[in-house]
Design a binder for this molecule. Structure first.
Ligand code: HSE
Length: 434
């Protein structure tokens, strides 16, 4: 039996869950793995969070340095989130000879290269399974199980909160505000939930996944990001009437040397498996030259799903260090730091897609003719039109599906449409995937 001493910094939703699981599951994990996971110290700058955990006084550190400088600690678990001071805490932990486990997607998306370079130099492991898709083992799958594949695409639902909000709007007739408030109560939303709703959290996760899939270091500025705030319940109703659902997708596709990286609300057919991924569940499709297409599915957010991945990283590091020795364990683990590959990032304007459009127009003769003339001038062909309400001389929504069109043409067309005197609100457009 090998004793692994653990220090946890950050006792919020995931940190609290990790502490609880380490205590409650210690015996079971010992029996399964032969490692005894010993929670030695915890720290959070919010004393009420520390107090709520009812731990022995000796385990409660008075400062973060009491954890980082403790010679007995093998693995520091960073669960405070955000870039600073998490970056400094992790770099110091590595410098002090600790392995690190983190759920910090924002930090890895921004400073992953710096952290993994430091870890490689010091011969330490950094586990980050909990940073993407909660309980789903997508990181280990990409690093290990799919290692022999040339990946051509990865796409899916990677933010539980926005999926929860869209599901509640679609299934239970909730407003965005009410759905978000429930997501917060369930502990799935970020402390600033605009990060979830505006697609930023998904872009952090996509940066991590794309870095593992496509080589090179993917930068956040390479990812086109649009959130779900413009999506209204009526868009979901129109989409469903036409056999589609609306989901916030993170998409990475490689065509030759060109890499497309985007996060935005997307209409997908109701028969697509992603349509059935609801509430806080996440799912990711990976396309590889050997595996074909594979989908990983499960709980993407929440206390215990994320804590499960934290504990899995702890066990994983313990196993590797035990069997390979510290230096080799780290080298075998570190897929982040590698020669920059030449990925040409595609511009969003070059995207070819079908679109859903909703315009808000005064209900009078000639409106559709004016709108379709502008679309036609930009080479955009309409596949379907629906106007559910009839309110003569008042503003009504009109929804359309288009055939494949170029994004830059669509943007130009909508700009011109929104200038028409009878268009009374900014038009909404949502891209479609098949
Ligand atoms: N706020 C995140 C989400 C938590 O909703 O997916 C998990 O990363």
């Amino acid at each position: 039996m090998k004793n692994i001493n653990i220090g946890i910094v950050g006792l919020g939703t995931v940190g609290g869950g990790a502490v609880q699981a380490l205590i409650e599951k210690r015996k079971m994990i010992e029996a399964k793995t032969g490692f005894s996971l010993n929670l030695l110290k915890v720290f959070d700058k919010d004393a009420t969070k520390v107090k709520s955990l009812k731990l022995l006084k000796s385990k409660k550190a008075k400062s973060v340095n009491e954890v980082l400088d403790n010679d007995e600690i093998d693995i520091v678990v960073e669960l405070i989130g955000g870039v600073h001071p998490a970056r400094e805490i992790i770099l110091k932990a590595i410098a002090n000879g600790k392995h690190v486990v983190t759920a910090n997607k924002a930090l890895l998306a921004e400073c992953g290269n710096e952290i993994f370079t430091k870890a490689l130099k010091e011969g330490r492991c950094v586990g980050f399974e909990a940073s993407v898709c909660g309980a789903i083992p997508i990181i280990k799958t990409l690093k290990q199980s799919f290692a022999a594949n040339k990946i051509s695409a990865l796409y899916g639902i990677v933010n539980g909160t926005s999926n929860f909000v869209l599901s509640k709007m679609a299934e239970d007739d909730y407003s965005l505000k009410k759905a978000l408030s429930e997501a917060k109560k369930r502990g799935i939303a970020e402390s600033d939930p605009t990060v979830d709703l505006e697609g930023i959290d998904s872009s952090h996760k996509l940066a991590i996944l794309a870095t593992l899939c496509f080589g090179g270091i993917i930068k956040l500025k390479d990812i086109y990001v649009e959130g779900i705030k413009q999506v209204e319940a009526q868009d979901i109703v129109y989409a469903r009437a036409w056999g589609h659902d609306v989901k916030l997708l993170a998409i990475a596709k490689k065509h030759g040397n060109s890499l497309q990286l985007r996060v935005h609300p997307t209409l997908i057919p109701l028969k697509h498996l992603l349509s059935n991924v609801k509430y806080e569940d996440n799912a990711v499709f990976v396309k590889g030259d050997m595996i074909g297409e594979s989908m990983l599915y499960g709980k993407g957010a929440g206390r215990m799903p994320a804590a499960s991945s934290v504990l899995s990283d702890i066990v994983d590091i313990a196993r590797k260090v035990n069997s390979l020795g510290v230096e080799s364990a780290c080298a075998s683990d570190n897929l982040w730091v590698k020669k920059e590959e030449l990925n040409k990032i595609s511009q969003i304007g070059d995207l070819m897609s079908r679109y859903y459009i909703r315009i808000s127009a005064i209900d009078r003769p000639g409106v559709l003719a004016g709108v379709s003339t502008i679309l036609a001038k930009n080479g955009i062909s309409i596949a379907n039109v629906s106007q559910k309400e009839r309110k003569k001389d008042q503003v009504v929504p009109i929804a359309m599906f288009t055939h494949d069109a170029k994004e830059s043409s669509m943007m130009r067309a909508l700009k011109a449409i929104d200038k028409l005197s009878y268009i009374k609100k900014k038009s909404v457009r949502i891209r479609m995937e098949r």
